[in-house]
Write a new protein. Structure first.
Length: 351
């Protein structure tokens, strides 16, 4: 699909809010008459008036970068722009903090994307965030969110530093999810942060956090307004201290109105009222006690599966169960008892 195949982003039909922050609102949906072609709409004019000038600076950076990466496999394709924002294609996949890639194939694919960006003098500048890396349905790598990306005229010293940091951040993801794949050279690179990066961490990052969190009341938590960062530690501590809770996970979902809610799946024999009593000081919108949580072979909770339940993505859950039917005995009761039924609540008049 290309920009020439549609007349205006007004043909976009919103289905789900993916992200809200002070710089934009991101929806998933489809183009009218193309129900099976999923696309992403970033609405810059949904941001508060007082942040809109900066929001448009970020949007224009993203638009320029998306034009520059066109044709690189594993990157989004820009479809159209208008006075409200931009429209791009949908890249299927799970963020790697959920997918947890452990095999070398995914990292080879991610490295290939960085090589192709370098050939076009592009740096992403935000690859420390695992949510900007995806593992696609076929196991390949993808990169999203180019709001902070730079398109350089030439390979200047600044470009080389930024490209180095992009590569370091990929190695950090490998260290987090597949440390056994790190080579001695990779370990040396991880231990050698660039001088600008060291300066940024010592000074600029602190000012950035002060401005975004204290002034904007926002940080780059992918639309969660840092609710998990702020409220998660107390909730986790309360659940971990109660022997009647044998497992839990805390996820976010879009509220019917503005904002992001917390959804707790709790493995316990307690009922919902008793579970809420454990964390009475915390405001959790949705609490679902379950007999058993889906888990990986290492015992870790399958957040990727539970996120689909939290977002009420029934079609994707059915697709998942076709691929992994062994999950059905555990997952079916959770789906039947789910608390969120609001995945298709937006209409065109609400945008």
């Amino acid at each position: 699909m290309s920009a020439s195949t549609m007349s205006t982003p007004a043909e976009f039909v919103s289905e789900t809010v993916f992200k809200r922050d002070v710089f934009s609102e991101t929806h998933s949906g489809h183009l009218r008459g193309r129900d099976h072609e999923r696309v992403i709409r970033r609405i810059v004019t949904a941001s508060p008036v007082w942040t809109r000038p900066l929001a448009w600076i970020l949007a224009r950076r993203e638009i320029r970068a998306l034009k520059a990466v066109r044709g690189i496999e594993g990157t989004p394709t820009l479809i159209a722009t208008d006075r409200d924002g931009l429209l791009r294609d949908w890249l299927d996949g799970a963020p790697i903090q959920i997918a947890r890639p452990s095999g070398p194939e995914w990292y080879r694919g991610a490295h290939r994307i960085l090589r192709e960006l370098r050939r076009r003098n592009i740096t992403h500048n935000d690859l420390a965030k695992p949510q900007n890396w995806l593992m696609r349905a076929n196991g390949s790598a993808a990169v999203i969110d180019f709001q902070l990306a730079s398109v350089h005229r030439w390979k200047s010293p600044l470009y080389r530093v930024m490209a180095y940091e992009d590569f370091r951040h990929l190695l950090k993801q490998k260290r987090a999810f597949a440390p056994e794949l790190l080579t001695p050279t990779a370990k040396r690179i991880l231990a050698r942060r660039s001088l600008p990066s060291r300066i940024w961490m010592a000074s600029g990052k602190k000012l950035y956090n002060l401005f975004t969190r204290k002034v904007l009341h926002w940080s780059d938590g992918e639309g969660t307004h840092d609710r998990i960062d702020r409220e998660g530690p107390a909730i986790r501590a309360a659940f971990q201290a109660d022997p009647r809770v044998t497992g839990f996970t805390l996820l976010t979902y879009s509220l019917p109105a503005k904002g992001v809610g917390l959804y707790a799946f709790v493995e316990t024999e307690l009922d919902e009222k008793a579970v809420r009593g454990i964390v009475s000081a915390s405001a959790i919108e949705l609490v679902q006690p379950v007999a058993e949580l889906p888990r990986r072979e290492d015992g870790g909770v399958r957040d990727d599966v539970l996120m689909l339940v939290a977002l009420n993505q029934i079609t994707q859950i059915e697709d998942l169960l076709e691929r992994e039917p062994e999950l059905s005995p555990v997952l079916r009761p959770i789906v039947s008892g789910r608390r969120n039924f609001t995945d298709r609540r937006l209409t065109q008049t609400e945008i």
